[in-house]
Ligand binder design. Sequence first.
Ligand code: ATP
Ligand code: MG
Length: 411
Amino acid sequence: MKEIFMEYTEIMVRYGELSTKGKNRRNFISRLTGNVTKALKNFPDLSIHPKRDRMHIQLNGTPAKPVMAILDRIFGIQNYSPAIKLPKDMAVVHATAIDLVRATLPSPTASFKVNTRRSDHTFALDTNQMNLDLGDLITDTFPNIKVQMKHPDLTLRVEVRRDGIYLSTETIKGAGGLPVGSAGKAVLMLSGGIDSPVAGYLAMKRGVDIEMVHFFSPPYTSVDALNKAKELTAKLAPYAGAINFIEVPFTEIQEEVKAHVPEGYLMTVQRRFMLELADRIRAQRGGLAIFNGESVGQVASQTLESMLAIEDVTNTPVLRPVVTMDKTEIIALAEKIDTFNLSIMPFEDCCTIFAPPRPKTKPNLERARQYEAALDGEAMMARALAGIKLTTIHPQDEFMDAHKAETAALL
Ligand code: ATP
Ligand code: MG
């Protein structure tokens, strides 16, 4: 995109996938308006006007660019256009149209068209007349430009509304999806790996408001591993405004499992405890589902047999947004949302450290239940739950300062 130096006056936001039913539409719009308002709270001069078919964000002197950068990460926005509001004076419209086309024309020989919409039917020019008038003006001013109705490089959009004439030439793709919160609340089991942050992004994209549940096992896992999971949460926070991060002490359970469960079932039994704890936290927090970053066949704990033996501990929906994705596809998304470089930083998390060398890829459900029943699970889970800590994480929060320089050297 070209450097924008036009003085835009508003950003016109078009809604994403939106059921046309009355109540759903109202919920979608009010949720999106709330999310947009919260995300833009540092711009006090903006005024936000949600309408039935789109939202107008009046800039009132605020530069468009930083506002657009924030809109890019708000789910529920299909696309948006920065626009300029003008008085209904054709001399002013002409001068501004020329400036705007000059500022945003991709090349001197680009193709273009004018597209006018009119809600004020009292205005002297109708849509056809406006298209012709401005079309002529542009072709006279830019002699190498060519008019093209289908898929032109540039569309000059003109809207004649009651309160003025609006011009825009750019339509920028939004994040899509549904407004965060519109689908309810859930927990995400967040490790420090590549997959679970991507799963979290995809859950939020479908409107789910997530809270992170992270298991850590000091002293076997370092404070860096914990901070890395928190920093991953900060990377995802712009999509939600803020995200609660719940850390769960897992050392005792892992030590007990390691001491008493046959090696082939260490991983299965550990995972059963993790899932059960995540489920109890979900219930406390009023969540409706558990998300995780599993993908079929990726590792021993992610075979269908393992999933069956682990998911046995709960009836709650366990949702796996990346379940059928290849690692390369997951990585591409991790790069897009800028979690990849953080995820590959080498801090061992609790699962890596207690991972048996030969976990069963086809654990037997009855055996897993038996081994687990031999432990005092209830008491251990109660202690783990008593030790949880919740931190609310915001987009700009940083947790890994001390290591920034070191990792910069590694990368
Ligand atoms: P990831 O890249 O998300 O770590 P992975 O491919 O490394 O996934 P595992 O380590 O087996 O796979 O973890 C599978 C899933 O279990 C993770 O995606 C995550 O949802 C959950 N999980 C693993 N470790 C933790 C942890 N320490 N805290 C919370 N959840 C975890
Ligand atoms: Mg992992």
